[in-house]
Write a protein that binds this ligand. Structure first.
Ligand SMILES: [Zn+2]
Ligand SMILES: [Zn+2]
Length: 131
C-alpha cells in the first residue's frame, strides 16, 4: 500500500545548536543534525500547544512561547502514543502553514492585479488630458 503523501513530505528544519538547515520528514518526531550530531525531538506544549523542537538528551525543557515546563515525552512510558500525537500535530502545523502561504499568494496576486488595473486606467485616461 502506498504511503499517504504527507509521510513522504519534508520540511526544512534549522538546528538550534549550530544553525544547520536540513530537510526532515513531516512525519518524523525527531532527527539528528547532520552537521553537529545533536539529537532533536519535536514536542507539543501541554499548555499552549506550540509545536517545537527540544534536545533529545533533556529530561525536561521550557516552552519557547509560554515558558511552561514540559517533561520530555520520549523518556516516558507513553512515548509511543505521544509520538503518534506529535507526528499528527506536525502534519497539521505544516498544512496550516501551507494554507497561510496560499492565502498570501492569493492576496499578493489580487494586489498586483489592482495595481496593474490602476496603471492601465492612468494610461488610458492620460491621452484625453489637454496638453
Ligand atoms: Zn546542528
Ligand atoms: Zn507553551
Amino acid at each position: 500500500m502506498d504511503k499517504p503523501m504527507w509521510l513522504k513530505r519534508e520540511a526544512m528544519t534549522r538546528c538550534g545548536h549550530c544553525g544547520e538547515r536540513q530537510p526532515v520528514a513531516i512525519a518524523a518526531v525527531g532527527y539528528q543534525c547532520r552537521a553537529c550530531a545533536t539529537d532533536w525531538r519535536w514536542a507539543v506544549c501541554g499548555n499552549c500547544e506550540l509545536v517545537q523542537v527540544a534536545r533529545e538528551e533533556l529530561e525536561a525543557f521550557v516552552c519557547a512561547r509560554c515558558h511552561a515546563v514540559q517533561v520530555a515525552w520520549w523518556k516516558t512510558r507513553h512515548s509511543e502514543s505521544i509520538a503518534g500525537m506529535v507526528s499528527e500535530r506536525r502534519r497539521e502545523d505544516d498544512a496550516r502553514r501551507r494554507r497561510v502561504r496560499r492565502a498570501w499568494v492569493a492576496v499578493g496576486g489580487l494586489l498586483l492585479g489592482l495595481a496593474l488595473l490602476g496603471l492601465w486606467l492612468a494610461f488610458v485616461g492620460s491621452p484625453g488630458a489637454p496638453g
